[in-house]
Ligand binder design. Structure first.
Ligand code: C2E
Ligand code: MG
Ligand code: MG
Length: 556
């Protein structure tokens, strides 16, 4: 805001200086015209009056052009007033005196006026291009930003309503960039129709992100839901005789001036954070209003990403191993590998906090890859001690198991460490089948062929129906802690757990309950024929050396 004012003031001062200098050249011209018989000298150089008049004309023209270059709007007006005025005076001189000596000056002035118009039009076009999005013709981020700055300057209240097209990447990936562009243009068209000269201005920020600046009395929530409804209807594009229909959906986030921020950059950033929250679906709405908690959460997530990146490069991660037991005999079944992050100052960051954050980016691939290699290397000693009679499981994110090439990565890690595949179990969740079902099933099938076991983690928390699970190529069902927690007091949970165990056995799967903390829970699970147990009741996650000791005891 301050820079805006200073810049405008500087421009005005610059133009005034040029204008005054041009006036000085006018007075000098007048003087030389009345002393035509004199010679004018600059150092050793002697000039005739006519030559000097030519230089003064050129200097006037130059001042006008500099005025236009400083600010093509204000500069053009001042330059045309100046040049127009001096042309009129020169013309009047011809009429009054009847001599044509100023005719070259008039000719010069007309050329200068034409140059001023050409240059200022060129600058106006360049200026428009700088604030216009090339693909859609809407304002770009800079264009909207200029609008925000001047509205803040005028102390007008407004809202920045940000829009993000959901899964736009899949449109580009599946249909190609040509149709991606068609979709963006169609969205821009629909937004443009909703623009209103005084209250609603729209623009494209980048990629599949658009924004509107909405002034009172327009209600931002109503406006956002109108946009969501309009863009939500599918777009039909006719191409080479075919009708191509593209279905789009949009999330929206709102940040308001002056409530949330007092500058354009923060307003954009905060409305973007609000969209991000809408995308997470925590408040079950496609529209989200920015608040300070959101900001704190957002900055914590950025901090977590930074810590994770640093920890990967500096190797602050390590693995712990939580034992799993046969429920009837208390014999060791194996271990679940769990990642831990300890910063150099001793602060622990829980995987419950950092895994969901990194799962939204490609960082999770690096974590999974790290865990796979390190777990196989460390667990090799455990399975050697137990003569290949234990199972070590690792958690694999939905993103990874649904990526082509994952099974090959596991195969390569097994070969590199010499770890026996039948002692490896991979834990995946139901979301893995939601993301990209075909690739997940392909990976899981390849892994099963290698002899690796597949566990379905956190079962009972997702939305997969029991009938769907029946057809998944898994070997172990892990009943989630949330169902076990209240099993002593909640008959419905008890029945549900009973049904899961029964169904697991029907599928020829084994069943493990995780998060078992009490003897009562243990007894109930035993009664319900659950096969294995994992939980604090019989074993917390152990450091590698301690887990190795447990294996030694088991081997005796
Ligand atoms: P999960 O895979 O369901 O792991 C079980 C979590 O429950 C672990 O928490 C474990 O320490 C905890 N737990 C086990 N028994 C009990 C109990 O009796 N009481 C209580 N209160 N908690 C118990 P942790 O280690 O904090 O991990 C949380 C989640 O983070 C894991 O849930 C998993 O989704 C993820 N995670 C952990 N390690 C990895 C990893 O190496 N890779 C990936 N992709 N995710 C991981
Ligand atoms: Mg797990
Ligand atoms: Mg679990």
């Amino acid at each position: 805001m301050v820079t805006f004012n200073v810049r405008t003031k500087n421009k005005t001062v610059g133009i005034l200086i040029c204008f005054l200098l041009a006036l000085v050249f006018v007075f000098m011209t007048k003087y030389v015209e009345t002393h035509r018989d004199m010679e004018f000298g600059f150092g050793g150089l002697k000039l005739s009056a006519n030559s000097f008049l030519g230089i003064l004309q050129a200097m006037k023209g130059l001042m006008c052009i500099i005025m236009v270059c400083i600010d093509y709007k204000m500069g053009r007006i001042m330059a045309i007033i100046f040049m127009g005025g001096s042309t009129v005076f020169m013309f009047l001189g011809i009429i009054q005196r009847g001599d044509m000596s100023t005719l070259p000056g008039i000719y010069n002035a007309i050329i200068t006026i034409i140059s001023i118009v050409i240059i200022s039009n060129g600058l106006a076009k360049a200026d428009k291009r700088a604030v216009t999005d090339f693909l859609t013709g809407l304002r770009n981020r800079r264009g909207l930003s200029t609008l925000l700055v001047s509205s803040i300057n005028d102390k007008k209240k407004f809202h920045v309503v940000y829009f993000e097209i959901e899964n736009f990447r899949t449109i580009n990936d599946n249909l190609g960039h040509k149709y991606g562009d068609v979709a963006l243009k169609a969205v821009a068209e629909k937004l443009k129709e909703m623009e209103n000269e005084n209250t609603v201005y729209v623009g494209r920020i980048s990629g599949a992100e658009f924004a509107a600046v909405v002034f009172e009395p327009v209600d931002p929530k109503e406006f956002a839901s109108k946009v969501i409804d309009r863009i939500g209807t599918s777009i039909t594009h006719v191409d080479e005789g075919f009708d191509i229909s593209i279905a789009l959906s949009v999330y929206s986030g709102v940040a308001s001036y002056p409530k949330d921020a007092d500058n354009a950059d923060d307003l954009f950033k905060f409305s973007d954070i609000a969209v991000y929250n809408a995308r997470l679906g925590q408040n079950k709405s496609r529209i989200c209003f920015f608040d300070t908690d959101m900001k704190d959460r957002f900055f914590r997530q950025i901090e977590i990403e930074r810590i994770v990146k640093e920890s990967l490069s500096q190797d602050y991660f390590y693995l712990v191993y939580q034992p799993q037991f046969e429920i009837k005999s208390k014999k060791l079944r194996g271990f679940e590998t769990l990642i831990r992050l300890k910063q150099p100052d001793g602060t622990m960051v829980s995987p419950g906090e950092f895994i969901p954050v990194v799962e939204r980016s490609e960082l999770i691939m690096k974590i999974d890859s790290y865990v796979l290699k390190r777990a196989l290397r460390e667990a090799k000693s455990m399975v050697d001690l137990c003569k290949d009679e234990i199972m070590v499981s690792i958690n694999v994110s939905a993103k990874n198991i649904s990526s082509p090439g994952f099974a090959e990565e596991v195969k390569a890690a097994l070969e590199a460490t010499g770890y026996p595949p039948e002692c490896l179990e991979i834990e995946i969740t139901e979301y893995s089948f939601a993301e990209s079902k075909e690739i997940t099933i392909e990976n899981v099938t390849k892994l099963r062929k290698l002899g690796i076991q597949i566990a379905l983690d956190d079962f009972g928390t997702g939305y997969t129906s029991l009938s769907q699970v029946m057809h998944l190529p898994i070997s172990l069902l892990k009943i989630d802690k949330s169902l076990i927690d209240d099993i002593e007091n909640n008959p419905m949970n008890r029945d549900f757990v009973d049904a899961i165990i029964y169904m697991g056995h029907l599928m020829k799967c084994e069943v493990i309950s995780e998060g078992v903390e009490s003897d009562e829970q243990l007894d109930l699970l035993k009664d319900h024929e659950c096969d294995f147990v994992q939980g604090f009741v019989w074993g917390k996650p152990l450091e590698y050396d301690v887990a190795l000791d447990l294996c030694k005891k088991e081997a005796v």
